[in-house]
Design a protein around this ligand. Structure first.
Ligand SMILES: Cc1ncc(COP(=O)(O)O)c(C=O)c1O
Length: 485
């Protein structure tokens, strides 16, 4: 037998300061009990896929706790990615009942699970104009007017990501009001992966289901106090007619061997959130406020706020974003040093910024300690001439991208390898989805036509080590398909 297992390296995480997911309540960690390992063969517990038996009791308690007043809620075990896959399977089935050509209208800053879910279920997705701020590098939500402008009688579902990765919130309340005034029957679906805590503290933006959304998918392990990859999906009143259809969709998109210890931990997560969520979140908000104060006193660091963006009307106060472009260091360089030297793990780094989430496992002293280490790294980096500077703006992205085919049409088409440069790519149709991570958004989707601005953005992203995710791991060729004749 090997003396040392590769996975033993994970033990190094002990004593780390996590400003990233998962943000797990101590009670939930302790509740994880491997003796609960079981399977759907144990008939008396009911089935997690369709919320029967014990799972039905758990879901009903969650519905009440998460303030889903007149719908139903459902625990899942594939993160929000799994929940989105199930929802797109459901939407695909619902769309077969329309005579016309229904589509989902989505904000462009959707997670990969939305794009892949739509593709697998052959659901056409139309996008609202991209709202990318090239001075901060942030993918912003669209304005309500941008969304309304794009809707037509075939728009059967409107999909919004809220909060976005950095915590900024779209004006969902106004969208839902406007749709009601127009007597519009489109379903409102919110990817609320980052919002499993919203229902539990009045100082946070109101949760989607409380605002009247029809569907909201949440990762419990992000800001919700739960273990990876727990999730919960909330359905409003209008979705009650589709309840059994959803259970079928959930069933075919998820493992048939769910983890019972994980399911039990979600029950505990719900309980801790319901009983203590308000004060625990208050503590995180206080940490974040203190962190912002310390960070803003560091030379070159700018604490990011959202006031200047009309499409952001509220924000998650448990997240802290900083712009580091004036420090002479990149977000990645600072993050690497924090991790290597001090076991401090930020949630996300980009060329010119860093995002920290206040994790339920943090201690009061971690805030000053971390701010201090960031100050030290930046002071040292400033003295070092080799530190790469990134004071400039990001390359921009186009507001609108031409689409030659639906993504699902491209899946089975013959693909060619085209050299990754402006001359060869501009005007070609993409045969693959290309993602920059972070922030994890597909900048190019299958079936879209490359334009010069997009290719320039991708070339800039290629210069960041390992940030561009595409079929060719060497980033030399891009899969393309023939343009429609
Ligand atoms: C907006 C959004 N949706 C969905 C997901 C996927 O969530 P999970 O990692 O729980 O599958 C993420 C992950 O970062 C996300 O940011």
């Amino acid at each position: 037998m090997e003396r040392k297992l590769p996975s033993e390296k994970f033990k190094d995480l002990k004593d780390s300061r996590l400003f990233c997911t998962p943000s797990v309540f101590e009670e939930v960690k302790k509740s994880y009990n491997s003796n609960l390992e079981a399977s759907v063969s144990v008939a008396k517990f009911g089935k997690p896929q369709d919320s029967t038996g014990v799972f039905g009791e758990m879901s009903e308690l969650a519905r009440i706790a998460y303030k889903n007043s007149d719908g139903f809620s459902h625990f899942g075990y594939g993160g929000t990615s799994g929940a989105n896959m199930a929802i797109f399977n459901l939407i695909g089935n619902m769309f077969t009942k329309y005579d016309s050509k229904p589509h989902v209208l989505a904000a462009r800053n959707v997670h990969q699970s939305v794009v892949e879910g739509a593709m697998n279920s052959k659901v056409p997705v139309r996008y609202v104009d991209t709202n990318f701020d090239s001075s901060s590098g942030l993918f912003l939500p669209p304005t309500v007017d941008d969304v309304l402008k794009e809707m037509n009688s075939d728009t059967k579902v409107v999909l919004i990501t809220r909060p976005n990765y950095e915590g900024g919130c779209f004006d969902l309340e106004r969208l839902i009001k406007e749709l009601k005034v127009r007597d519009n029957r489109s379903f409102v679906y919110v990817d609320e992966a980052w919002g499993a805590h919203l229902a539990f503290n009045p100082n946070l933006p109101t949760s989607a289901i409380e605002l009247g959304a029809d569907i909201a998918t949440q990762s419990m392990h992000k800001q919700g106090g739960g273990i990876n990859p727990s999730n919960i999906t909330h359905f409003g009143k209008r979705m009650k007619d589709h309840r059994n259809e959803f259970y079928n969709s959930f069933n075919v998109t998820h493992t048939t061997s769910p983890s019972y210890p994980l399911l039990a931990s979600m029950d505990v997560t719900r309980q801790v959130m319901q009983e203590h969520g308000k004060e625990r979140i208050e503590t995180l908000i206080e940490y974040a406020s203190r962190f912002r104060q310390y960070l803003s006193s560091i030379d070159g660091v700018e604490v990011m706020t959202f006031e200047k963006y009309p499409s952001i009307v509220d924000s998650d106060l448990t997240k802290v974003n900083i712009d580091v472009r004036k420090t002479g260091m990149t977000g990645g360089e600072i993050s690497n040093l924090l991790q290597e030297r001090y076991k401090i793990i930020p949630e996300k780094d980009e060329i010119g910024s860093l995002t920290f989430i206040m994790n339920f496992a943090l201690n009061p002293g971690d805030i000053e300690y971390t701010a201090d280490k960031i100050r030290g790294i930046i002071q040292e980096g400033r003295r070092d001439d080799s530190a790469s500077s990134s004071r400039k703006n990001y390359a921009p992205l186009p507001r609108r991208v031409e689409r030659a085919y639906e993504s699902f049409e491209v899946q089975t088409m013959k693909k060619e390898d085209t050299p990754f440069d402006i001359k060869s790519l501009v005007g070609k149709v993409s045969g693959e989805n290309i993602k920059c991570y972070p922030p994890g958004i597909y900048v190019v989707q299958m079936g879209e036509v490359f334009d010069k601005i997009t290719v320039e953005y991708l070339i800039e992203q290629r210069s960041r080590d390992g940030s561009l995710h595409m079929c060719d791991h060497n980033n030399k060729y891009v899969k393309t398909v023939d343009m429609k004749k």
